[in-house]
Design a protein around this ligand. Structure first.
Ligand code: PGA
Length: 247
C-alpha cells in the first residue's frame, strides 16, 4: 500500500539557530499522532544535527539535493555516500528550482536518481509544468516527459523507492494552488503513466504528493482526492504549527 506523506521543503531559508528552533517547535507538536509519514528537508550543513535531534521521533530528515557523481573533484557538491553517512535515506530530486535556476536537465536528474537508488535511498522525484505550458494545453505532455526521462530507466524494484511530487511551477510560492480537481486529474494521469511502464501494482504503491502553496486552509481538500497521497510543502513548512496542521 502506498503511504501518505507530508514533507517540508525548507529550501535555503534556515540557518543553524532557526533550524534548531523549528525542530524544537515541531517536536512539541508530535504527541497527537499522525496518520502520515512526516519529513523535513533542512539545508545540507544542518542535516547531521537535524538527524540526531529527530532520531527519537517519527520525523524523517531528507536532503534537498545530491550530486550525480560518487566522489572526487566536484567542488561544492555533496555525494550520496556523505548523505548516507549522516543517516539520510531519502533525497528530493528534480525540484523546479533546480531545473529552472540551476539548469538541471532531465538527463542529469536521471543520473542523480540513479546514484540515489543504487545506494538504496528513496527519491522524491519532482515534476510539474509552467503556466505557459498549461495554458497551451501541454501540461500532461510536459509532466509525462519529465517522468519518462527521469524514471523510466529504472527497474520495478527501484521504482518502489520513488515518491513522485507533482508541483505545478505556477503554484510554487505564488499563493496560487492547483484546484483539488486539477491535482487529482494530473495525479491520476501520472499513476496510469507509471502503470504503463511498471505495472498496476507498482503504480498503486507509488505515493504521489502535491506541491504548490499547500497551506492548512487548503490541504484537507487537496489531500482528500483519491490519487493525492500527501504534499511537498515549502513556505508553510517553515512554521511548525502550520506544517503540523497540514499533516
Ligand atoms: P510552496 O513550495 O509550498 O512554498 O509553494 C512548494 C515547493 O516548492 O516544494
Amino acid at each position: 500500500m502506498r503511504k501518505n506523506i507530508v514533507a517540508g521543503n525548507w529550501k535555503m531559508n534556515c540557518d543553524l539557530p532557526q533550524t534548531r528552533s523549528l525542530i524544537i517547535d515541531l517536536k512539541k507538536g508530535l504527541e497527537k499522532g499522525f496518520n502520515c509519514e512526516l519529513m523535513i528537508a533542512p539545508s545540507h550543513p544542518f542535516l547531521y544535527q537535524a538527524f540526531n535531534s529527530t532520531s527519537d521521533t517519527i520525523i524523517e530528515v531528507v536532503a534537498q539535493n545530491v550530486c550525480e557523481a560518487q566522489k572526487g573533484a566536484y567542488t561544492g557538491e555533496v555525494s550520496v555516500d556523505m548523505l548516507d553517512s549522516v543517516g539520510i535515506k531519502t533525497i528530493i530530486i528534480g525540484h523546479s528550482e533546480r531545473r529552472d535556476i540551476y539548469g538541471e536537465t532531465d538527463e542529469l536528474l536521471a543520473a542523480k536518481t540513479k546514484t540515489a537508488l543504487e545506494k538504496g535511498m528513496r527519491v522524491i522525484f519532482c515534476c510539474g509544468e509552467h503556466l505557459e505550458q498549461r495554458q497551451a494545453g501541454k501540461h500532461f505532455e510536459t509532466v509525462t516527459q519529465q517522468i519518462e526521462k527521469g524514471l523510466f530507466g529504472f527497474t520495478t524494484e527501484q521504482m518502489e523507492r520513488v515518491i513522485v511530487a507533482y508541483e505545478p511551477v505556477w503554484a510554487i510560492g505564488t499563493g496560487e494552488t492547483a484546484s483539488p480537481e486539477q491535482a487529482q486529474e494530473m495525479h491520476a494521469h501520472l499513476r496510469s503513466f507509471i502503470a504503463s511502464k511498471f505495472g498496476e501494482e507498482t503504480a498503486n504503491n507509488t505515493s504521489i504528493l502535491y506541491g504548490g502553496s499547500v497551506k492548512p486552509s487548503n490541504a484537507a481538500e487537496i489531500f482528500a482526492k483519491p490519487d493525492v497521497d500527501g504534499g511537498l510543502v515549502g513556505g508553510a513548512s517553515l512554521d511548525a504549527q502550520s506544517f503540523l496542521d497540514i499533516a
